[in-house]
Design a protein around this ligand. Sequence first.
Ligand code: 13P
Ligand code: SF4
Length: 309
Amino acid sequence: MLTEGLRAEVARLKAERDAAVLAHYYVPPEVQELADHVGDSFALARLAATLPCRTLVFAGVRFMAESAKLLSPDKTVLMPDPAADCPMAHMVRHETVVAARARYGDDLAVACYVNSTAEAKSWSDVCVTSSNAVRIVRALPQKNVLFIPDRHLGSYVARQVGEKNVLLNDGCCPIHQAISADEVRALKEAFPEAPVLAHPECGPEVMALADVAGSTSQIIEAAVAGTARDYIVLTVDGVRGELERRCAGTDKRFHFPATRPACPDMDRITAERLVACLREGTGEVGLPPVEVADGARAALTRMLELGAR
Ligand code: 13P
Ligand code: SF4
């Protein structure tokens, strides 16, 4: 529970540092409340590239803060807990990319989900997020597309873009992967009229049961725009706050898997750590070596150019 004193301290520290706090929908609700902007990965990357402030405090995991620094290298980028790191970001090896390039030559593009290290981005032609992956892969001139690191988002894209030969890499999000088709079927039995809104990091058996597939923002927008009363929501429980806020005054109800998907890395971003980071200026995110930074920035910039929703 946030006190008025804490809110006032955050406002004062933000003004002192000329800082904006960007928060992902998965961080704890009280951190979302203290943020200037809350969004999905794509919206936050776009904001990071354009906000006029001197300091960005990234309430999210490392790849998000790293992307902000790459897109705004002159800004100071701080993380409330630098140990918050998405495990999937590390699930791709350079040899996989080298082997695919050797096999397909110029007729291969490497599409890299933003949930990845700066190194992986630098091996790639373009970045994508869950909100724009289908559109960007479809727009690529090459026939063959190596999708890294997420095999589930990659296979979802492959099913949507049948004209491409999408090559998959063996990475995934352990949290979305753990959502089982059996528990989704049980939810559908309990709420037969409820649309199933799923993040495409879920496995193919789960995605086959989905009515809407999309990023966290797209899931929220679908529920806000929907006419149903009940919704089955297949992503991290952190989106619940925004769903309930946006749907306040309606009788809409949101049903998550009984296991309540939570991301332990996003949960590291507590209000106390956010305040300490603003107060002390700790958790600064630096730039990677210049050849990595240049390659990663080029892939991110291409996404921003192609990905406008
Ligand atoms: P979004 O692209 O929906 O923000 O998702 C990011 C993420 O980490 C999903 O697990
Ligand atoms: Fe990474 Fe999954 Fe957490 Fe998203 S929910 S940050 S993909 S571990």
